[in-house]
Write a protein that binds this ligand. Structure first.
Ligand SMILES: C[S@@+](CC[C@H](N)C(=O)[O-])C[C@H]1O[C@@H](n2cnc3c(N)ncnc32)[C@H](O)[C@@H]1O
Length: 288
């Protein structure tokens, strides 16, 4: 194995008609490498992992999914496992309630906000980590999603429990989205992430939490005058009177820190080539 995975066919394991199924080779290669004493599969779907384990002669394995009555949000992870593989839903892109013909309130593929999906998956991942024996591993296969033109990458938004043993990129083959013809407005997603976490100690463990905050560039001390005025002119439609530019930048950190900020604005407009005077006291932004 190396950090790029590409399996052109999914192998004989599991059901190819089960939407969002994974190639059995992913699980086979992981099992060959980590050689677990007890293997747990969470979100086992069509039974890919179960059939691989059977083929490899691994009898000590458990495969859990709503499909067989096990609920990741409520039910316990079986004990004594040193390797868990999980392949969560792709948010609500594929509805597994519909696939299984039996909706369930706790199905992680139900229609829900992205934050709720991440929050629920964090709960499951914490349970998986807690249940691992010391020195055990959790391998998670997870995809990125584009919805209504917006790109979502759960791998970047989930809490990381434990240390990263390895982060691999898996190229996707034969997915419905690969076959769809898009209008060329975006770059198609053709990869997934396979990240393996390691439990290095019984009690202490690193937790990585990412947060998204919204900032206003005008509040930044290290914003340059050129960039500040470029923003002001863009904000004002490409050209504006000096007084309007003053109004946009007056509350910025840069202006607050400089008693002579108006002079600085005029100097910046004069020295940079992407600004030009088009009339007395009127300035234009040039995209150069
Ligand atoms: C991407 S699929 C897994 C596919 C599987 N690797 C395969 O090859 O067939 C995700 C699975 O998560 C299951 N799932 C969703 N919410 C669940 C929950 N709360 N508890 C257990 N399983 C759940 C779905 O039923 C679905 O089978």
């Amino acid at each position: 194995m190396n950090t790029i995975l590409s399996y052109k066919n999914r192998g004989k394991w599991g059901k190819s008609i089960y939407r969002g199924n994974c190639s059995g080779y992913v699980i086979k290669d992981l099992l060959d490498f980590y050689k677990p004493s007890k293997f747990i599969e969470v979100f086992s779907g069509s039974g890919t992992g179960k059939e691989v384990a059977l083929d490899l002669g691994i009898s000590n394995s458990v495969h859990l999914d709503l499909n067989n009555g096990w609920n990741a949000l409520i039910d316990d992870i079986p004990t004594g496992n040193d390797f868990t593989f999980s392949h969560p839903p792709y948010w609500d892109i594929i509805s597994y309630g519909t696939e299984r013909g039996a909706p369930h309130d706790d199905d992680l593929s139900n229609h829900m906000s992205y934050d709720e999906f991440i929050h629920k998956l964090n709960r499951v991942n914490q349970k998986i980590y807690q249940a691992l024996l010391n020195n055990g591993h959790h391998a998670m296969l997870i995809g990125d999603v584009r919805k209504k033109g917006k790109y979502y990458s759960p791998i970047k938004d989930l809490i990381y429990f434990g240390e990263i043993d390895v982060h691999m990129i898996k190229t996707q083959h034969n997915t419905v989205s690969n076959r769809k013809k898009y209008n060329g407005n975006f770059i198609a997603i053709a990869h997934e992430h396979l990240i393996v976490f390691k439990k290095n100690s019984i009690w202490q463990f690193p937790v990585k939490i990412t947060q998204t905050k919204v900032f206003d560039l005008r509040d930044f001390e290290h914003m340059t005058w050129r960039d500040l005025i470029q923003g002001a002119l863009e904000h004002l439609g490409g050209e504006a009177d000096l007084s309007a530019i003053y109004e946009v930048v007056q509350d910025s950190k840069k202006s607050q820190m400089n008693r002579h900020w108006k002079e600085k604005v005029r100097q910046t407009l004069q020295i940079h080539q992407n600004f030009s005077s088009i009339d007395r006291g009127k300035w234009k932004l040039h995209i150069i």
